[in-house]
Design a protein around this ligand. Structure first.
Ligand code: M6R
Length: 605
C-alpha cells in the first residue's frame, strides 16, 4: 500500500528519496511524488501517475537537502498526477498513508480553499495550512492542532517552505519509522527504505509526532508534551530484498521456502531430544494448559494458514476449540469470548489494519494475545503479549508464499507446545516433530521435481478464465489458498471449495470454460475425495489432480508428489500450486510481483 519517505541532512535529498521509493515499490502503488525544498524555502514538486520510473523521468535535478516522497495506492480519487502526493496547500506539503474518515466534514468547513484533487490528504494539508496562517505558529503546532481534529488512520510527513530544514511526521494506525544517523534524519513507512542509510530507528507509536531536523529528532504527543523515544536497531536482510537470479521475486520466494522454513524451525524443533522450544510466548505451562479456545485472527493468505493449522491443532488436542476469524469481519461483529481463550494474530507484514484493530479489541477485553508475525518491529509484533516471529525473511512479492508455509509451521509449534502441557502422547509429538524436521527438505525436493510439470500445465491451461480448487480436511485450506494465489497472480476467476460441497450447488457451473484443481491426500478420506473428482469428471470437467497417492487416477492431468510425509503433505501440495500460479501469471503476461489493484501491506480497512 502507500509508502512514505523523508530526508533531512547534508546530502542531496532527491536521490535518497527516489532510492527509498524504489525500495517501497513492492508494497503496490499507482502514482508517486517527491517535493524538496532549498535553504531559501523554494520548493520543487514532481508527481507522476504510474511507476517511480515515470516520476524519475518527470524530475529535474535539484541539490536540495530536505524533502518528502510518496508512493500512492489510490483510495480517495483515481490514480492521477493531481491526486498523487505530496499534496500542497499554501506553504504546506503533506504525504499521507491511511484514510481521514471525517475529511468531508472538514472539507465543508474549509470554505476558503479551492481543492484541486479528490484526496482526503489535500483536506488535511488545507487544515494544517489554516492553522498555520499566523507567522508565529510553528509547523509542528499546526500539525498537532490539525491532528486533534482528524478522525481516521494516518502516517504523515509534512514540510513547509517557511521552515525548510524541518519535517514533521506523525502516526495513528499507519506505520512510521524515523531513521537516525549522524547529521541526517530519515523517515519511512517501512524499514526497508532505510536500508543502506542507518540501522538505528525510532518506531512511532499511535498519537506520536516526530519533529525531525538534520541529525535530531524531538518527539511529542498530541498534547504537545515531550515523549521519550527508544532508538532500536533494525534488522533487514538485504539479500531477501534481491531477486537472487530469478526473474521475479515471486519465484525467488517460492524457492526460498526450504531455507525460510528452516529459519522458522531453527532452535525451536530439537529433533534428537523430541523437544520443542518457544521462547516468546510469555505463557507459563499452567496458563497454556488452561487454554480451551483459540481465536486465530488474520486476513487473506494468513487466514488460510490459520485455517490449515486449526485442523491440526484440533487433531492433537482434546479440549481446545479453534476459531479462525477473518479480521475484517470480526472487527465489527458482535462476538463472545469464552473463558480461557487466547487469540493469535497472524500477519506477514504485521501492519494489516483489520488484524491490528481486532488485536486492540481483544486486548481491550483482556484476552491474552499472541502474534505470528514476519516483519520484526511491526505494529502487531509490538502490540501483542507474546508470540513467534516466523523469520521467513522479507517477502517482497505481493502474493504471499513463503510466509504462508512459515505461518503454518509457527502455529503448529504453538499448538504442539500447548498440547504438550495438556499431556499430548509422546508418539504423536514425535511424529509431528519428525515431519516438521524433514519438511524443508521435502519442500526442496517437491519444488525441484514438480517445477517443469507445473510450468507445462500452466502452458496448457492458461487460456481458461474460470477454475475451481477443491480439497477435503487439511487440503481444503490449501484449495482456498491455491485459489487466492491463482486469482491474484493470473486474474483467473477461481473458487476454492470443500470437495464435498460441490454438489450442493457449484457443480452446476462445470462446463468447458472451467478447469479444476483437486488436492487428494492419500489418507483416510482418499476415497471420498476421489469420488468428488469422478463426479466432476463425469460431467466433462477438465481436472488436474495433485496427490501423493499411487492409486490410478484418470483425470486430464495428475501431479504426483513423491513424499514420505503423512501428516504435512498439504504443505507440499501448496508449493505445487504456488508454482502453477506463478507460471500461469507469466503465461498470461501479468505483472507477477505487483498484480493490478493490489498492495503488499493492507494498512487501510
Ligand atoms: O501482511 P498480512 O499477512 O497481514 O497480509 C494479509 C493479506 O493481505 C495477504 O495475505 C494477502 O492476502 C496476500 N496478497 C495473499 O497473497
Amino acid at each position: 500500500m502507500c509508502g512514505i519517505v523523508g530526508y533531512v541532512g547534508d546530502r542531496e535529498a532527491q536521490d535518497i528519496l527516489l532510492g527509498g521509493l524504489r525500495r517501497l515499490e513492492y508494497r503496490g502503488y499507482d502514482s508517486a511524488g517527491i517535493v524538496t525544498v532549498d535553504v531559501e524555502g523554494e520548493p520543487s514538486l514532481f508527481r507522476a501517475k504510474g511507476k517511480v520510473a515515470e516520476l524519475e523521468k518527470a524530475m529535474k535535478d535539484k541539490p536540495d537537502r530536505v524533502g518528502i516522497g510518496h508512493t500512492r495506492w489510490a483510495t480517495h480519487g483515481e490514480p492521477s498526477e493531481v491526486n498523487a502526493h505530496p499534496q500542497r496547500v499554501g506553504d504546506v506539503y503533506v504525504v499521507h498513508n491511511g484514510i481521514i474518515e471525517n475529511y468531508k466534514e472538514l472539507k465543508s468547513e474549509l470554505k476558503a480553499y479551492d481543492f484541486k484533487s479528490q484526496t482526503d490528504t489535500e483536506v488535511l494539508a488545507a487544515l494544517i495550512d489554516s492553522l498555520y496562517q499566523r507567522s508565529d505558529v510553528k509547523l509542528e503546532n499546526a500539525v498537532v492542532q490539525a491532528l486533534k481534529l482528524v478522525r481516521g488512520a494516518y502516517g504523515i510527513a509534512v514540510i513547509s517552505t517557511r521552515e525548510p530544514g524541518t519535517i514533521v511526521a506523525a502516526r495513528m494506525g499507519s506505520p512510521l519509522i524515523v531513521g537516525v544517523a549522524d547529521d541526517e534524519t530519515l523517515i519511512a513507512s517501512d524499514a526497508s527504505a532505510l536500508v543502506g542509510h542507518t540501522d538505528k530507528a525510532i518506531y512511532l507509536n499511535d498519537g506520536e509526532v516526530a519533529v525531525c531536523t538534520a541529525g535530531d529528532v524531538r518527539m511529542l504527543d498530541l498534547a504537545s508534551q515531550p515523549v521519550s523515544a527508544k532508538v532500536e536497531t533494525i534488522e533487514i536482510d538485504l539479500q531477501s530484498m534481491q531477486k537472487g537470479g530469478f526473474d521475479h521475486y515471486l519465484m525467488k520466494e517460492i524457492f526460498d521456502q526450504p531455507d525460510s522454513l528452516r529459519a522458522t524451525l531453527n532452535g525451536r524443533v530439537i529433533k534428537d531430544q523430541d523437544l520443542l522450544r518457544l521462547g516468546g510466548l510469555n505463557m507459563s505451562d499452567d496458563e497454556l494448559r488452561k487454554v480451551k479456545n483459540v481465536f486465530i485472527v488474520a486476513c487473506g493468505t494468513a487466514s488460510y494458514a490459520g485455517l490449515l493449522a486449526s485442523y491440526y491443532i484440533e487433531r492433537f488436542t482434546d479440549d481446545v476449540t479453534v476459531r479462525v476469524e477473518v479480521a475484517s469481519e470480526l472487527r465489527y461483529r458482535s462476538f463472545n469470548v469464552p473463558e480461557n481463550s487466547i487469540a493469535i494474530f497472524v500477519s506477514q507484514s504485521g501492519e494489516t489494519a483489520d488484524t491490528l484493530a481486532c488485536l486492540k479489541e481483544m486486548k481491550r477485553r483482556g484476552v491474552r494475545c499472541l502474534g505470528v508475525v514476519n516483519a520484526v518491529g511491526s505494529s502487531i509484533a509490538r502490540e501483542v503479549d507474546g508470540g513467534v516471529y516466523v523469520h521467513a525473511g522479507a517477502e517482497v512479492s505481493v502474493a504471499s508464499t513463503k510466509a504462508f508455509t512459515s505461518q503454518v509451521a509457527a502455529l503448529l509449534l504453538i499448538g504442539l507446545v500447548m498440547a504438550q502441557t495438556k499431556g499430548l502422547d509422546q508418539k504423536t509429538l514425535r511424529e509431528y516433530i519428525a515431519e516438521l524436521d524433514v519438511l524443508p527438505d521435502e519442500i526442496a525436493k517437491t519444488l525441484e521435481a514438480k517445477n517443469d510439470e507445473a510450468k507445462a500445465l500452466a502452458e496448457k491451461y492458461n487460456h481458461y478464465d474460470h477454475a475451481f480448487y477443491i480439497g477435503r480436511d487439511t487440503t481444503f485450506p490449501v484449495a482456498l489458498e491455491g485459489a487466492l494465489k491463482l486469482k491474484e497472480t493470473s486474474y483467473v476467476h477461481v473458487e476454492g471449495q470443500p470437495a464435498g460441497e460441490l454438489k450442493h450447488g457449484s457443480i452446476a457451473l462445470i462446463d468447458d470454460r472451467f478447469f479444476m484443481v483437486a488436492f487428494v491426500d492419500d489418507n483416510w478420506l482418499v476415497e471420498k475425495s476421489l469420488s468428488n473428482v469422478i463426479e466432476v469428471q463425469a460431467r466433462g470437467g477438465h481436472i488436474i489432480t495433485v496427490t501423493n497417492s499411487d492409486r490410478p487416477i484418470d483425470t486430464e492431468a495428475v501431479i504426483t508428489v513423491d513424499t514420505s510425509l503423512k501428516l504435512l503433505t498439504p504443505l507440499l501440495f501448496n508449493v505445487v500450486s504456488q508454482l502453477f500460479a506463478y507460471y500461469m501469471a507469466v503465461a498470461r503476461g501479468n505483472d507477477v510481483d505487483q498484480p493490478r489493484n493490489l498492495a503488499k501491506s493492507v494498512t487501510v480497512e
